[in-house]
Design a protein around this ligand. Sequence first.
Ligand code: AMP
Length: 416
Amino acid sequence: MTTIETYDFTGKKAIIRVDFNVPLNEQFEITDDTRIKAAIPTLKKVLEKGGSLIIMSHLGRPKGPAEKFSLKHIISRIEEYLGTKVRFAEDCQKAEAQVAALKPGEVLLLENLRFYAEEEGKPRGLADDATDEEKQAAKAAIKESQKAFVAKLASYADCYINDAFGTAHRAHASTALIAKYFPKDKMFGYVMEGEIRAIDKILHNPARPLTAILGGAKVSSKIGIIENLIDRVDHLIIGGGMVYTFIKALGGKIGNSICEDDQIETAKSIMAKAESKGIDLALRREVVVADSFSNDANFKIVDNFEIPDGWEAMDAAPSSLKLWQEIIDNSGTVLWNGPLGVFEMPNFAKSTNAMAEMLANATKKGTFTLVGGGDSVAAVTQMGYADKVSYVSTGGGAMLEYLEGKELPGIKAIRE
Ligand code: AMP
């Protein structure tokens, strides 16, 4: 397979899809530039190897061109990190002249791809009362005009790089469809390579024992991962609010704790599968409960099968953390996704923060640790441990789908 390392970029124009979907404040200032920083090594490599760059990305969820979602707001930050001037094409479909003028070592940023509905290939502006026929016709029309949209982007370049893991689970024009124009000249950037390597390590060749820690509020959003991982892991720690669907399924008293009644059967089948695999979910444990869903609520520690009426589970108790610490200390690989309590409230963020620290310590001792999912990533970052774990996945939805064992369109398009 072609890689950035082996490809000869000399005199070539590379079109690269990055994920520069960074948060901006009211003044259009970047409030977190992690995603820009992450793509810089790939961008620099192409320039160092004698190529020029046409950078494309989306920003936010515009319904058409809008100042608020313009990528011009981030030009100076890219220039700062790349140490070179970045030209800007105000319309990603009308950049021919700027592309033609591009010389080796030069950089052109295309305006937000999602200013065009063709990027996602979904019709816009359909009336609420549109008939099924009208919807079908609009879908067919956008799929048709999407072909010209992709062809135009592809016409700008000699090769294509996908470095946007965050959108790899979408079959959009710039993330997947464009790849077919570059049958031999397509490759992953370093962000993509790193994400794929880290998750493949969990799925295919983990140092044993492999422990997965899954938290968060909803069984329904984690079910795909649990089902895919249960055949692979040695230990599965289920934490956070989703535990209470399991405990209710087992007949425990959960008070006001969060629970998805429609997932009770799912919880039962997961427990049966875990038992058949010899995995001890150790669901009965102590828990920190509160008398209201508030940081200032009264709280106490109780048995999580005996939560009193009017109280609800908010955080894992120190005794659980002690148990989990032992499991982690003896693991070769640990995956963590999802907070272990209501970590947005400082009084109930203790176990989530403690987990971040435990993983940082385990990493020091040689354990491979992968942290993914917005909330757990926020916890390791806030605690200053982002560079003290083996890998922090920025993928969000893409990471979840990859862990579920799905083939992501953005990855498939490069590999096939
Ligand atoms: P998810 O999107 O399913 O990963 O869930 C993330 C959310 O789970 C965060 O906003 C946490 O506050 C929430 N969460 C974690 N533990 C609990 C709990 N015991 N009760 C209610 N919410 C929780």
